[in-house]
Write a protein that binds this ligand. Structure first.
Ligand SMILES: NC(=O)c1ccc[n+]([C@@H]2O[C@H](COP(=O)([O-])OP(=O)(O)OC[C@H]3O[C@@H](n4cnc5c(N)ncnc54)[C@H](OP(=O)(O)O)[C@@H]3O)[C@@H](O)[C@H]2O)c1
Length: 271
């Protein structure tokens, strides 16, 4: 893998005529990846929530193929996916992604144990499932045997019997909306109140669209897969469009085997 941006003296000089250039680079260690994706240091006022999304898209904008993201991912993409999880306090994910991708609890990984301990984090991030209907199989390991209790983010008018079923299974139910659904800004505050400030969302597109619309996304880690799929697949963020496009700036870009691993931060000034 090599860093294309910011350019350093380690950025390989492309070979003349090579489509993806020369200098395929070396495999980065997990420590190097963790350093490349570190969350911002807490400011003088203490840790503030920072919400990053990690998504993968094909060249033509598909966020899944055959209903899953695995066919458009790569081994390096999964390494970065694992690193981003290892850096996070909590992974926020929409219930449909949990159902379709068969989510399991996050693992404690030996490679990241010392880093997490030094950062004051438990052995693995909690998974926080965003759901209105709580139509989830609470007998799955995600709910019955995580290292840290799985969170359910839902609205105040969620069905009491489903809330009770989630709690019986061992999940912690957090109310982050006045009605049936979750208000993304309130979810961020509720997670921060629980001590979770390094937030990672893994989508899916319907959830990410609402996070974008609510203006609470600080950073997007987007893998661009060198693939074309055509078809009707969702983009990485769906739902109603925002009035004015939210402008992001490129923070870094890594490349391996034609996959681009980009990191964009929200530009806070108006354009
Ligand atoms: N390319 C990528 O990086 C990537 C990442 C993730 C997923 N995906 C793909 O995306 C697909 C699934 O994504 P999706 O967009 O259909 O679904 P999603 O965003 O994962 O989940 C939608 C569900 O989340 C819950 N939800 C969303 N917003 C809510 C709110 N404000 N309040 C309460 N609940 C809310 C609802 O759950 P209930 O129905 O339980 O109420 C809703 O049905 C899969 O094919 C997956 O493979 C791709």
């Amino acid at each position: 893998m090599r860093r294309l941006f910011p350019v350093t003296d380690e950025t390989a000089v492309p070979a003349p005529g090579g489509a993806s250039g020369g200098g395929a680079g070396r495999e980065w260690s997990l420590e190097e990846l963790a350093a490349a994706y570190a969350y911002p240091e807490p400011g003088p006022g203490g840790p503030a929530p920072w919400l990053r999304a990690n998504m993968v898209s094909t060249l033509d904008g598909a966020a899944q193929h055959d209903g899953r993201s695995q066919p458009i991912s790569s081994a390096t993409d999964m390494r970065i996916f694992g690193t981003l999880r290892a850096l996070a306090d909590v992974v926020v994910v929409g219930a449909e992604t949990v159902r379709r991708e068969g989510y399991r609890p996050a693992r404690a990984r030996e490679d990241f144990a010392a880093m997490r301990e030094a950062a004051g984090q438990g052995p693995a991030p909690a998974i926080a499932v965003v759901t209105a209907g709580l139509d989830l199989d609470f007998s799955l390991p995600l709910f019955t045997s995580p290292l840290v209790p799985t969170l359910i983010l839902t609205g105040a008018s969620a069905a009491p019997d489903r809330v009770a079923a989630a709690e019986r299974a061992g999940a912690r139910v957090v109310i982050a909306g006045d009605g049936i659904g979750v208000d993304p800004a309130r979810a961020v505050r509720a997670l921060a109140d629980l001590g979770h400030t390094r937030l990672l969302t893994e989508g899916g597109p319907r959830l990410l669209g609402q996070i974008v619309a609510a203006g609470v996304l600080d950073e997007l880690c987007l893998t661009v897969a060198p693939m074309l799929t055509a078809g009707e697949a969702q983009r990485i963020a769906g739902g109603p469009a925002v009035t004015v496009p939210h402008r992001f700036g490129l923070v870094s870009m890594l490349e391996e085997d034609g996959f681009l691993f980009t990191r964009y931060g929200r530009k806070r000034q108006a354009y």
